[in-house]
Ligand binder design. Structure first.
Ligand SMILES: NC(=O)c1ccc[n+]([C@@H]2O[C@H](COP(=O)([O-])OP(=O)(O)OC[C@H]3O[C@@H](n4cnc5c(N)ncnc54)[C@H](O)[C@@H]3O)[C@@H](O)[C@H]2O)c1
Length: 404
């Protein structure tokens, strides 16, 4: 087998996966389902056993639901080999790391790995929050390194953020994107900045909802109701934070806040911190913003339409502002941002299409009203929105302005 076939799409490729936990197992399933010979390594033999067991169960369920045939199930299982030494990765064309989120541990694994693999093997990390550039710096050939950020559950989530480090060669970025596309995924390109696209642009969905609650404007249920009923979001912010886990969601916010040099736009909330400290993590602990234990109920929403609109428009203005600033900072294209938010977190519309629909000037005015009220940097309007409003521009040529 030639190592160049990652570019021309010839199969089978050999894909290595490091880490057999939640993400590694999902990524291995995707690669093996696409016909790649897949090697999975984990430092814990127990984790490898669990990974094999879970895969068997997941595939059996897919057969039961008639999504795949029994034959396909066997071919996927046969494509995967569990290995207990990094030096078994020598024949790999691409290796994706999905181990613990610790930069030093990841760097150690990559520098050891580089001794065993061929020069044209692509090395990638599934990191959610670390700098891809700093991981690449641990390598002798950093131009072969790239971030491939899958979402959980990886086999079901179509979106994958491709994150080149500043050292990554264009050829490697292109090959990687083509390969992940050939696995049936929808890829977007993101600059190596904290949170990439989705975890950055989505921050105000949680943080502005928390701020509205903290100011006593509305309770959890009312805010959730506004975003779902009036905004068309599948889940409200508090339901979603309870689903993700307050510990996990808080850590992402805190990481993004620290990484953006304490920009007040990303400031974490004490409400969420205290809930986390109390162990009120959400669904997984039986209690978060809502009660989930048997027999417990939580108060319902105040279905006041005017209040609901105020909540929706405030959170939406903050989301649009974040999306616009992400374009302005050159982190991703407007098209990729809208794809990322509609497929990665199922937003009902792309935020930038939504901005066009509302009217850019209205978006600017909403941000300026918030800034006037608080005089906090958190509410500063993106320079791009302001410039577009002045020039009467839209993000997309064919957009219809519904309401100015
Ligand atoms: N869970 C998510 O929702 C999610 C989503 C996107 C990206 N990520 C990223 O994916 C990575 C893995 O996350 P996860 O949720 O699958 O974690 P996990 O805890 O489920 O699995 C991590 C696995 O790595 C193994 N491991 C730890 N250190 C190792 C080492 N030195 N060598 C080999 N194996 C080692 C552990 O035994 C474990 O099986 C992290 O970088 C995380 O930020 C996670």
């Amino acid at each position: 087998m030639s190592n160049t076939n990652i570019n021309d799409g010839l199969k089978p490729l050999t894909v290595g996966v490091i880490g057999g936990g939640t993400m590694g197992s999902g990524i291995a399933q995707i690669a093996a389902t696409s016909g790649c010979r897949t090697l999975v390594f984990d430092s814990s033999p127990e984790a490898l056993k669990n990974s094999a067991h879970t895969l068997e169960k997941v595939l059996a369920r897919l057969v039961e639901k008639e999504k795949i045939t029994e034959e396909k199930k066997h071919s996927v299982i046969n494509n995967i080999q569990y290995i207990n030494e990094l030096n078994h990765f020598t024949s790999s064309n691409l290796i994706i790391e999905a181990i613990i989120e610790d930069a030093n541990i990841k760097k150690g694994v990559f520098s050891e790995l580089e001794q065993y693999v061929s020069d044209d093997c692509i090395l990638a990390s599934n990191t959610s929050s670390l700098s891809v550039t700093s991981l690449a710096a641990a390598l002798k050939k950093p131009e072969r390194f790239i971030g491939i950020h899958f979402f959980n559950p990886a086999p079901l989530m179509k979106l994958v953020e491709i994150v080149p480090a500043i050292q990554t060669s264009n050829k490697i970025a292109e090959k990687t994107r083509n390969l992940i596309n050939s696995w049936g995924k929808l890829t977007v390109m993101a600059k190596d900045t904290p949170g990439f696209i989705v975890n950055k642009v989505a921050r105000p969905f949680y943080s502005e909802a928390l701020r509205i609650y903290e100011e006593g404007i509305a309770d959890f249920a009312t805010i959730d109701w506004s975003m779902k009923e009036l905004g068309g979001f599948r889940m409200g912010p508090f339901e979603l934070m309870d689903f993700i886990g307050n510990d996990v969601n808080y850590t992402v916010t805190e990481t993004v806040f620290n990484a953006f040099y304490y920009d007040p736009r990303y400031k974490p909330s004490f409400t969420q911190k205290r809930l986390t400290e109390a162990g009120y993590l959400g669904r997984k602990s039986g209690r978060g913003y809502y009660e989930y234990a048997e027999g417990k109920t939580s108060p319902g929403p105040d279905q006041d339409h005017a209040l609901g609109e105020l909540i929706l428009q405030r959170i939406l203005a903050m989301l649009i502002n974040e999306a616009a600033d992400t374009v302005h900072m050159g982190i991703a294209s407007k098209e990729d941002i809208d794809i990322a938010m509609t497929t990665g977190v199922n937003y009902p519309k792309g935020l930038l299409h939504w901005a066009d629909e509302i009217g850019i000037l209205t978006c600017v005015n909403r941000m300026d009203e918030l800034y006037e009220l608080y005089h906090e940097d958190r509410y500063r309007c993106s320079g791009l929105l302001r410039q577009m409003a002045r020039e009467e521009k839209l993000f997309f040529e064919n957009s219809t302005v519904i309401n100015d």
